[in-house]
Design a protein around this ligand. Structure first.
Ligand SMILES: [Zn+2]
Length: 267
């Protein structure tokens, strides 16, 4: 009897502690609203008030074609939960001095020309895009923003009741810091997305990017992406170890398409 009681207590303790961990991951903002919030933010970014210079697809067809190619390759991995639910729209922002990329909730992605200029290979760009797509697909954005601003604020944005706040939150996305867990998860998924057969990109493309970023970050100015993505050698190693443990192709690919994209953007 006593033994049974202790066992029950033991099980209860395990159950409660697991539940606690699980609760920390629960995102009370409904997934159907991620897309609506993303659409609102995308509309803001494309408006004159955002101050962001959005490049048109008709003027930069090759660059958009390459980005969409990477996106479609990642989506084809079959590892994205919201592959068919989110629009996965890609947009290039003209800002040659800002080294950044970000995604809104609901799968709207933005790549700065400064990042494309900075990168040496399309594989590294694919690594960054995989990372950002993972943040959207794993819903890290609405989870983090619910904590930071309150879920009511997010609802008011979706309902169009808080246009002033919409700009503030969209700009906040550029400096939004995710938890270490979310960052590690985005790195991990980036590898899984790129680990395909036949391989088109090195599966640990994100590692090459972070390595280069760390080298640049030791100078006078910190690149935007580095300030929201604290990186060290262990981050790089974790990404490479993941790729190796999955037996992924980690050779470089695709140099030509990237050259065409850079040339079109004037780099
Ligand atoms: Zn991140």
């Amino acid at each position: 009897m006593k033994k049974g009681f202790l066992l029950s207590v033991f099980i209860l303790v395990i159950f409660v502690s697991c539940k606690k961990d699980k609760d920390a991951k629960i995102n009370i903002f409904p997934v159907s609203k991620d897309k609506e919030l993303g659409a609102q933010m995308d509309a803001f970014i494309n408006s004159d008030t955002s101050g962001m210079v959005v490049l048109s697809e008709s003027q930069y067809p090759q660059s958009y074609a390459r980005l969409k190619h990477i996106r479609d390759y990642i989506l084809a991995s079959g590892k994205l939960k919201y592959k068919d639910d989110f629009p996965w729209k890609v947009t290039i922002i003209r800002d040659d001095t800002t080294l950044n990329a970000f995604a809104t909730p609901g799968g709207y992605m933005y790549v700065y020309t400064g990042l494309i200029k900075y990168l040496d290979t399309e594989d590294h760009l694919a690594g960054v895009m995989g990372h950002e797509m993972a943040h959207a697909d794993r819903r890290h954005g609405t989870s983090q923003m619910s904590k930071q601003y309150g879920v009511e604020t997010l609802f008011s944005l979706v309902l169009g009741q808080n246009p002033g706040m919409l700009g503030q939150l969209t700009e906040g996305l550029l400096t939004l810091k995710f938890s270490r867990n979310d960052e590690a998860e985005a790195d991990d998924y980036s590898v899984q997305y790129l680990c395909q057969n036949p391989a088109e990109y090195e599966a640990d493309g994100a590692a090459g990017f972070f390595e280069k970023l760390m080298a640049s970050g030791s100078g006078s100015s910190t690149p935007a992406f580095l300030s929201t993505h604290p990186s060290d050698q262990s981050r790089v190693e974790n990404i490479t170890n993941k790729a190796n443990s999955l037996g992924c192709d980690v050779n470089a690919h695709n140099p030509e398409g990237f050259k065409a994209m850079k040339a079109e953007l004037g780099f």
